[in-house]
Design a protein around this ligand. Structure first.
Ligand code: AMP
Length: 208
């Protein structure tokens, strides 16, 4: 089973992907995570992708496709997987079909832009991987990680002007994917506002 998660940046795709992964025992393949790791490790792909990711722009299709191809070679993908953040453009969706990867379902998580700006603007992260939110999940001491006591930072692509740019790009380049998968009869949409648990109930119902 191959499941695609669609939705704007900050719509909660990553969180839902992790929850679906646990319930259905499928690995999550997040191109955003793959690219961030490549940038951190300064691999060829990371060096090419860095400026695009930092500016909230889409990384060129051929670079992301290569990162994905390398990841899919991992033995854990044989029984299916959840794609989080790929495809993000119609050419990327066409590439999947050309590779013979036909997702059974493309699940779109729908959240208004204003909610997303609030969610992402308040996110703070730590180098250890912990994620906090100024309103929804504040750290015990302001600006300090609860787990390792390091200073929390705002991801470059979570800055307000970058979030607005990412949303603009989402509507222009990624939202048309809904029509692409609707025409193939594989699109399902769920409301992604409200709590993580409420959204997950809707997600699991949609996948049942
Ligand atoms: P994400 O964590 O999914 O929001 O991705 C973070 C960033 O990685 C995006 O803003 C893009 O710069 C880049 N990225 C991730 N997936 C893709 C993709 N499928 N196509 C192009 N760029 C991507």
């Amino acid at each position: 089973m191959v499941l695609i998660l669609l939705g704007a940046p900050g719509s909660g795709k990553g969180t839902q992907a992790a929850m679906i992964s646990q319930k259905l025992a499928l690995p999550v393949i997040s191109t955003g995570d793959i690219l961030r790791a490549a940038i951190r490790d300064k691999t060829d792909i990371g060096v090419k992708a860095k400026s695009f990711v930092d500016e909230g722009k889409l990384v060129p299709d051929e670079i992301v496709a290569e990162a994905l191809r390398q990841r899919l070679e991992g033995g854990d993908c044989a029984g299916g997987y959840i794609l989080d953040g790929f495809p993000r453009t119609i050419p990327q969706a066409e590439l999947l079909e050309e590779l013979g990867i036909s997702p059974q379902t493309a699940l779109s998580i729908e959240v208004p832009d204003s909610d997303i700006e609030h969610r992402m603007g308040g996110r703070r992260v730590c180098a250890c991987g912990a994620v906090f939110h100024l309103t929804h999940k504040p750290p015990k001491a302001e600006g300090v990680c609860d787990i390792c006591s390091c200073t929390l930072i705002q991801r470059a692509d979570d800055k307000p002007e970058t979030v607005r740019e990412r949303l603009r790009i989402y509507h222009e380049q990624s939202e048309p994917l809904k029509g692409f998968y609707e025409r193939l009869g594989r699109l399902k949409c769920v409301v992604g506002s409200g709590s993580v648990e409420e959204t997950n109930r809707r997600v699991m119902d949609a996948l049942a």
